[in-house]
Write a protein that binds this ligand. Structure first.
Ligand code: COA
Length: 260
């Protein structure tokens, strides 16, 4: 267990709060475990009618913990190779969730902090918040089925610039291109998202479930996650990734020029 994700429930809404503000809410394996368990339980619990994601501090989440990535790059992660990884459980639970998912993005979002929004049904973002998916800068590749879902949502050109150049979208731009429902002043984001989640919790759950299942092909999305995941795992162990993670730790720009 970890207290880096706070799990609360009120009026039919399961609230999952990233709570590691000193590390910009970067997600560790233990945190993915809590998120995955919570989503899996939500699907089985008729009292949960909607799920709300939010983050403490000035970040929604800075994405996967880069120290965890560096450990995997160094090969120190073999103990989990026998079972399904927590991150995989979390992503599959996002793909297959029948419960409505809502996100309150009132701080920066990086990597999976953005790609998870592609699985949320309603997204409220602060106007000035930055959303980035710098996978290639980290010598990695898109995950969470974002290689399909992001270009489908915002077009190939914008999605490629986000993946390959690490270009950011602001919350206002995210709302303009359909990645978020609304861009709001920071202080209004959480209340708006909570109100929306509460409104969903009052709707007929059966009709909501079927509506969502008609709108997305969950099994196709889950299958793509496996394809992306195989590439991601291979890239994670590459010399390119070792250089990218070392550069982050040493607070310098990476130098990929000597890596073939
Ligand atoms: N994994 C682990 N630690 C992270 C992190 C991550 N993804 N993102 C931020 N942190 C840590 C920093 O190392 C720093 O720790 P320290 O205080 O012990 O040195 C702390 O959070 C604050 O981050 P800092 O970089 O000082 O804040 P900033 O406001 O200057 O920049 C970010 C914020 C998010 C832009 C920057 O931290 C960043 O680029 N993080 C990496 C994001 C990323 O690449 N995620 C993976 C995507 S696949």
């Amino acid at each position: 267990m970890t207290d880096h994700v706070v799990v609360a429930q009120e009026e039919g809404v399961l609230i999952l709060t990233f709570n590691r503000p000193d590390k910009k809410n970067a997600i560790t394996d233990a945190m993915y475990g809590v998120l995955a368990d919570s989503l899996e339980n939500a699907e089985r619990d008729p009292a949960v009618r909607a799920v709300l994601f939010q983050g403490e501090g000035d970040a929604f989440t800075a994405g996967n913990d880069l120290m965890d990535f560096a450990a995997q790059n160094a090969g120190g992660d073999t103990d989990r190779s026998m079972g399904e990884r927590n991150v995989t459980r979390f992503l599959k639970a996002l793909a297959r969730a029948q419960t409505p998912l809502v996100a309150a993005v009132d701080g920066l979002a990086v990597g999976v902090g953005v790609t998870m929004l592609l699985h949320c049904d309603l997204v409220y973002a602060a106007e000035d918040v930055r959303l980035t998916t710098p996978f290639v800068n980290l010598a990695l590749v898109p995950e969470a089925a974002s290689s399909l879902l992001l270009p489908a949502r915002i077009g190939h050109a914008r999605a490629y610039a986000m993946f390959a150049l690490g270009e950011a979208l602001t919350g206002a731009e995210a709302a303009a291109v359909g990645l978020a429902n609304k861009a709001l002043p920071r202080a209004e984001v959480r209340p708006a998202a909570l109100a929306a989640a509460r409104a969903l919790a009052q709707k007929p759950a059966g009709a909501l479930r079927i509506t969502k299942s008609l709108m997305r092909d969950a099994e196709r999305i889950a299958a793509l996650m496996d394809v992306e995941g195989a590439h991601f795992a291979e890239r994670l162990r590459s010399a390119e990734a070792a250089e990218a993670f070392a550069a982050f730790t040493q607070r310098r720009a990476p130098d990929f020029s000597k890596i073939a």
